[in-house]
Design a protein around this ligand. Sequence first.
Ligand SMILES: N=CN[C@@H](CCC(=O)O)C(=O)O
Ligand SMILES: [Zn+2]
Length: 417
Amino acid sequence: MQVDILITNIGELLPMDKKGPVRGKAMSELTVWHDAAIGIKNDQVVWIGSGDEAKVLEASNVMDAKGRLVTPGLVDPHTHLVFGGSREKEMALKQQGIPYLEILKQGGGILSTVRATQAASFEELLEKALFHLDRMAMHGITTVEAKSGYGLDHDTEMKQLRVVKEANEKHPLDIVSTFLGAHAIPEDYKNNPEAFLVYMSELFEPIREERLAEFVDIFTETGVFSVPQSRRYLMKAKEMGFGLKIHADEIDTLGGTELAVELGAVSGDHLAVTSDEGIEKLANSDTIGVILPGTSFYLGKDDYARARQMIDAGAAIAISTDFNPGSSVTENLQLIMSIAALKLRLSPEEIWHAVTVNAAHAIGRGEVAGSIAVGRKADIVLWDAPNYLYIPYHYGVNHANTVIKNGKVIFERQAIR
Ligand SMILES: N=CN[C@@H](CCC(=O)O)C(=O)O
Ligand SMILES: [Zn+2]
């Protein structure tokens, strides 16, 4: 058999090819193949076998994994990719102990990024998004979700979503788009969040027509949108055929997790302060808990999502960077894997499920991303790591050596000596 790329000498291969989402105890059962090889032709994986068996293959490009780890490309299921400006000045406010929601209430936080995003041109936003996508790719991410939500008016929300669409066409990474027009209440609607939600829901139709988003999301939080408001808004979105997501129970325990389950959302995200009842409901539902421990870390909070209890109760969990300019400023999902190990007490086996197969399911890509299998698109990372335990263990640096997206090498670590 003739292949374009043959990856040989793989010390550990994680195929992550169980039918997902993988929940509860099964998240700690990881399949690991030793001495494996992978054949890629065009954009697909066409062959997987042992190093010995691979001798029958003819390849134009042979990649020696040098006995190290090879996994599916990582999937980041929750990011705020497109935004104007940056908020480094807020760090000092946080150090003074001013809470995240207080900064927002005073017109800062999300609202300051809204002003910068409204002021930025389409090209500026696109250039910036492509830059961050490059960084994600360098860190081993091959599929990513991206939300709007820094427009809060019709034109800017549509501008953000069109930037996502264009970035998806221009960049090798696959981007899954979510409409988060209900991300904060702008000044003009300060005393009338209901009217703002009606205004935002007027975009459902044009978004659907232009195929600009698959999911609709809302920030269900104190001072933002209540549970009944979120329910009404999301039900409208569901009737129009959108999948649902909720920023739920991030700072105050409002019951967003329970709402996500009630509405059959594909995911409930954050869940830092979800109640016992919410955990129970999540565990008995098809909704995936997307946990963002980097956000708890970056906001300096003691509340980390009780992901341990969620998995023990039988839930399916994914983890994500929550990349955004305010509450989690990193494109490095490997770092988040370390935080998940240290602060959520997830095992490495659970973490690998959470950044591959489960993350793919959390954005409706369970059948195409997050696994290595014959017939699938070849989204593969060769790591500078001897085994899968090593990535969460050695924290804060980039371990990706070679990143392959749709059968093409899109990143290779450059040798400096
Ligand atoms: N919590 C709401 N939205 C984002 C943060 C956005 C921002 O601070 O700019 C989040 O998921 O953490
Ligand atoms: Zn978010």
